[in-house]
Design a protein around this ligand. Structure first.
Ligand SMILES: *[C@@H]1O[C@H](CO)[C@@H](O)[C@H](O)[C@H]1NC(C)=O
Ligand SMILES: *[C@@H]1O[C@H](CO)[C@@H](O)[C@H](O)[C@H]1NC(C)=O
Ligand SMILES: *[C@@H]1O[C@H](CO)[C@@H](O)[C@H](O)[C@H]1NC(C)=O
Ligand SMILES: *[C@@H]1O[C@H](CO)[C@@H](O)[C@H](O)[C@H]1NC(C)=O
Ligand SMILES: *[C@@H]1O[C@H](CO)[C@@H](O)[C@H](O)[C@H]1NC(C)=O
Ligand SMILES: *[C@@H]1O[C@H](CO)[C@@H](O)[C@H](O)[C@H]1NC(C)=O
Ligand SMILES: *[C@@H]1O[C@H](CO)[C@@H](O)[C@H](O)[C@H]1NC(C)=O
Ligand SMILES: *[C@@H]1O[C@H](CO)[C@@H](O)[C@H](O)[C@H]1NC(C)=O
Ligand SMILES: *[C@@H]1O[C@H](CO)[C@@H](O)[C@H](O)[C@H]1NC(C)=O
Ligand SMILES: *[C@@H]1O[C@H](CO)[C@@H](O)[C@H](O)[C@H]1NC(C)=O
Ligand SMILES: *[C@@H]1O[C@H](CO)[C@@H](O)[C@H](O)[C@H]1NC(C)=O
Ligand SMILES: *[C@@H]1O[C@H](CO)[C@@H](O)[C@H](O)[C@H]1NC(C)=O
Length: 573
């Protein structure tokens, strides 16, 4: 019995020691609005008559709260207004004060009275009130770099005792830094409730690092079991920063631009918000053109080649790009329809004007020609000639055509065809020439009737026909072939029907003198052709100087083309 009492005493002393303040006072912690429980001392006392609770009023006096008689098993309450209906004393004399307020922070004394002694046990009440969840108010939507921006005001309300507000950026504490982090805080004391409201405003020098940065604040306050924190919702901002670089782009972003394309120059700045207005400078122009987004060029021409620049509307930060407009033209001389005579020399010049070196190619009837120009033109050289050039990468193709017609004087051949019936004799002729020669035949001796068949077309320049005659006597058939370039006469001796035709010489140039004339004619023709060719060559040399040598494979170099263009402009002007 005694041992257990002693043990109880030791335990009580230990627990009292833990609660005892430095001044030998018990401290009772309570949460605002909840019930304060103050035990009446920590040692049990036997033979208690009654216990009485008092408190220290603000004016320093001691006020009666309640007393409980052990004998009567009854509590009587004082008339202190602020504790009316809030206090209760339990059977073991523990004092309960409901609905704790800050004013309850005072000293309470439990006085126990026995028949021969009085014990006083004071206790100090501490009231704690957690702060409201902090809120960041007055947040701006954006922050600008290089400036002190207001981040907001962190407000935490109604705490007791007062708490501290701390700002965080990306979870790391923000401490004041001269000219970069400015924190102003203050707290307000509500004199009626005694509660504190804390607020802290943050001003912050934003940088581009703050893009997507998260700001928050916490309030730290004391509760009975120590420090407690409450965290605000996070705040984030659109960070505005100036453009540091402008870029210019060409759209569509294909490798080569050719004449006729539509292009768009797009200037961009890397700031936030991106700049809305730019100045576009065209090649060789000092003054920029204001445009809010892009600059469009439709149907671009070769003279649009050059450096395009753009800057911000305040002429800051220049970006430039080179635009090369590719083009390909061909100058074919002669062109269109060309008429030449057989045996003539024919030269043709195809010069490319292009933004790049390009070679030209001649084609006739889908076949590539290797040799040009022609000496000694033949009928087979007639046709459509194409000069082609191709800049494959740039997607440029050019084609010029000429139609060559080779004309020639008639060439006539007469021959006898052995006939079997014995009543007629057949003579054939074959004529060659362009334009198509007219052939007319007659015979010496009027009695002979010439029956001429329709002409057979052998090729577009060669025709044949048969002449059937029934000569009563020996005769000479004379045929004349004629077109606008000249005529040729041929004769053939045919013996009478009665005399069977010897298997003699077929053709019959009628006489040698005519033949000689023919030869002279050809020579003169050739001389004329050479003269024409010479003139053509001279013209060609003058046109293509300097440095071009071959007509068929003309290489245009850009410099040359420029010169030619200049010449063209000069001649236009
Ligand atoms: C005191 O009174 C209450 C009722 O008011 C009763 O429940 C309790 O048992 C009594 N205690 C003693 C020790 O008589
Ligand atoms: C006194 O009684 C209350 C309940 O009425 C109880 O919670 C408390 O622990 C008791 N205190 C002591 C010291 O026995
Ligand atoms: C707060 O108000 C209470 C009651 O008016 C007063 O006792 C206390 O000193 C005040 N505290 C501050 C920090 O103003
Ligand atoms: C002080 O607190 C009381 C009651 O808690 C409240 O009605 C009053 O608005 C508060 N005053 C201020 C200035 O916050
Ligand atoms: C508030 O800050 C002061 C000074 O830094 C410190 O002494 C106090 O304990 C802090 N209070 C809380 C609730 O953290
Ligand atoms: C360029 O734009 C015009 C209309 O602005 C359009 O008619 C033309 O076809 C476009 N040219 C090309 C090559 O897309
Ligand atoms: C470019 O050439 C076109 C004709 O092809 C002309 O209309 C335009 O004015 C020229 N532009 C410049 C800048 O010379
Ligand atoms: C000419 O010859 C054809 C057949 O070759 C014949 O039909 C026609 O009658 C002849 N004409 C004359 C006038 O002899
Ligand atoms: C054709 O006949 C004439 C006379 O009619 C004659 O002079 C001439 O030599 C003859 N020609 C040939 C090739 O036999
Ligand atoms: C007709 O020609 C033949 C040879 O072809 C000749 O033998 C004959 O004498 C000639 N007749 C006349 C009348 O000249
Ligand atoms: C004459 O011409 C015919 C047909 O053109 C031919 O069949 C014959 O062989 C030729 N005769 C001579 C001698 O050339
Ligand atoms: C174009 O041709 C010229 C000479 O004709 C030559 O000097 C130049 O290097 C060539 N350029 C290219 C890109 O081939």
């Amino acid at each position: 019995m005694e041992a257990s009492a002693r043990t109880f005493l030791v335990v009580c002393v230990l627990c009292a020691a833990t609660l005892r303040t430095g001044f030998g006072l018990h401290t009772v912690n309570a949460v605002y609005g909840e019930t304060i429980i103050i035990p009446c001392g920590h040692e049990t006392i036997d033979d208690l008559l009654f216990a009485s609770w008092k408190y220290d009023a603000h004016d320093g006096t001691s006020q009666f709260l309640a007393s409980r008689s052990a004998v009567k098993n009854k509590t009587t309450y004082g008339d202190a207004l602020e504790y009316k209906n809030r206090v209760e004393v339990s059977e073991n004399y523990t004092l309960f004060i409901a609905n704790a307020v800050i004013n309850d922070e005072r000293r309470f004394v439990c006085m126990r009275v026995t028949a021969d002694n009085v014990f006083e046990d004071p206790a100090v009440v501490r009231v704690f009130k957690p702060a409201s969840k902090p809120e960041i108010l007055e947040q701006p939507k954006i922050m600008e770099t290089g400036k002190i921006n207001r981040v907001g005001v962190c407000v935490a309300k109604d705490s007791y005792p007062d708490g501290n507000i701390t700002w965080y950026r990306n979870g790391k504490i923000l401490l004041p830094i001269d000219g970069a982090v400015i924190i102003d805080w203050n707290k307000e004391n509500n004199s009626s409730s005694g509660l504190y409201s804390m607020q802290s405003s943050l001003h912050y020098m934003a940088t581009k690092e703050d893009i997507r940065a998260i700001f928050s604040c916490t309030v730290t306050f004391f509760m009975p079991n120590g420090q407690v924190s409450a965290v605000s919702d996070t705040a984030s901002f659109d960070i505005y920063y100036p453009t540091e670089k402008v870029t210019i782009q060409i759209q569509p972003s294909k490798k080569y631009i050719k004449e006729g394309d539509n292009i768009t120059l797009q200037c961009r700045g890397n700031g936030n918000p991106p700049p809305q207005e730019f100045l576009y400078y065209l090649p060789g122009q000092e003054e920029g053109i204001v445009s809010s987004s892009a600059y469009h060029i439709t149907d671009i021409k070769r003279n649009a080649t050059g450096d395009y620049k753009c800057s911000l509307s305040d002429k800051n930060m220049m970006a430039s790009t080179t635009v090369t407009v590719h083009y390909l033209d061909l100058a074919l001389t002669p062109s269109g329809e060309v008429t030449k005579q057989i045996g003539d020399t024919f030269s043709v010049l195809c010069v490319p004007f292009a933004s790049k070196n390009v070679s030209v190619m001649f084609m006739k009837d889908s076949k590539i020609l290797t040799a040009l120009p022609f000496k000694n033109l033949q009928y087979r050289d007639s046709g459509v000639y194409e000069c082609l050039a191709n800049l494959e990468e740039e997607g440029l193709k050019s084609r010029k055509t000429l139609k060559l017609t080779v004309e020639g004087k008639p060439r006539l051949k007469l021959s006898k065809t052995p006939s079997s019936d014995g009543k007629t004799k057949t003579i054939s002729y074959e004529v060659e020439g362009f334009p198509k020669p007219e052939v007319s035949c007659s015979s010496t001796g009027n009695l002979v009737h010439l029956n001429k068949t329709d002409e057979t077309v052998i090729s577009n320049i060669r025709y044949s026909a048969k002449i059937i005659i029934s000569p009563e006597e020996n005769t000479t058939v004379i045929c004349v072939a004629e077109n606008k370039l000249g005529k040729e006469v041929r004769t053939l001796n045919v013996s009478a029907i009665s005399i069977p035709e010897r298997d003699e010489q077929n053709d019959s140039s009628d006489d040698s003198s005519d033949h000689a004339k023919l030869i002279v004619g050809i020579v003169v023709g050739l001389l004329l052709a050479a003269l024409v060719a010479g003139v053509a060559y001279c013209i060609y040399i003058r046109k293509s100087s300097p440095g071009t040598k071959h007509v068929g494979k003309e290489l245009g170099n850009t410099e040359e083309n420029k010169k030619l263009e200049e010449n063209n402009h000069k001649s236009e002007a």
